[in-house]
Design a protein around this ligand. Sequence first.
Ligand code: NI
Length: 196
Amino acid sequence: MILPITAYGDTVLRKECEELEEGADLSKLINDMFETMYDARGVGLAAPQVSKSLRLFVIDAAAFAEDDPESEEEKMEQEFLKTFQRTFINPIIEEETGPEWPFSEGCLSIPGIREEVFRKRDIIISYFDEKWQLKEEKLTGLAARVVQHEYDHIEGVLFTDYLSPLKRRLLKSRLTDISKGQVDVSYKMRFPKKKR
Ligand code: NI
């Protein structure tokens, strides 16, 4: 089932999410989140984006593997991204290291806006997968990037929070428009300030 994606301005996107009880049956919610993410052509979706304040997100970064690789290193990264489909339950970023690098990020809750965000290159993350198996993974580059963005969501943080005060001021009216539903978007959304 495709769920409406919560738009910028909703308080659910600003909460620190709740941990899930170990062993809880999440299969329906996880399936719905993947379906919702694919429908919206996203590479990641966090539970608060479907109005559930839970420490859960899903990722499928295969769409990032479509560019022509320019080096052996890039080719290897793309091969990895093709298989980088994961469910993260109660994740903890154990370590963030490496140089900060810029990437133009977007967010399904903030349609039409992309801005450059700097993040550290490498992470170690522990989490439960959809079968409640405890995992630990070392990730780098784009795979780490998507996880960092989604992890922020369950902490109530949005990528726009990292922008300079000037950039934020320039975007303010567009962000207000998004919260009111005054935006062109091809997928189903829930707007906190839309007049009915
Ligand atoms: Ni997002």
